[in-house]
Design a protein around this ligand. Sequence first.
Ligand code: 6GU
Length: 237
Amino acid sequence: MEIDVFTLFPEWFGWLGEQRHVANARAGGSTLDCVNFRDSTTLSGGQVDDMPFGGGAGMVLRVDVVEAALRARYRLDPVALRERRRVIALAPGGRLLDDAFVDELAAEPALTLLCGRYEGFDERIVEHFCSDVVSIGRYVLAGGELAAMVLCDAVLRKLPGALGDERSAVEESFSAALDGNPEYPHYTRPAEHRGWRVPDVLLSGHHARIEQWRRERSRERGERQRAERRSGASPAE
Ligand code: 6GU
């Protein structure tokens, strides 16, 4: 997997690169590179954004600046780029990232992530250069960088060898192995703390019963989540 992140704050991604699963993914041949929009802008003073036509608060990332950055990186008209690799704008109104979408992206050979700041992107960037617009939730962040890091974290940990133990990414929350339900509860030592006991079945050594207990707890949690959504605790997607 080759991931290029276009941002005004490439140094923020240093932290992400230090995470073990990201380092493991890199050791396995994946790349995570950052490109600063400012490095290729032809505007004076490193300008990358401008005031919105029609008025309003905030600044908008310019289409010519993004075009120059994509051209410099790929030596290609960016209109043709999205036929070759997923080009993803991070924006709060985009397609919600969930486990199935993460799997879809993890199967791609290459991703390009565009992080907007301020009021976001000139719409022509999305319309002509992007294959997708992705959001990590129905709330607004000050910029796309944290969302891009969330996406990279979630995608890179799915790659073979990223996690120490290959089973970790198979039977986990929202995976097909758990029918899309959240993960079952985990316990470790001590077996009792302040009278709070670990469920006996987990100490029994009886693998079939443990498996059945975990599936039941996972299904229960899923049912509770769905009931909460129906009752308006959070909107159904
Ligand atoms: Cl992808 N960007 C911004 N700015 N805010 C968000 C988001 C993305 N996803 C949720 N909120």
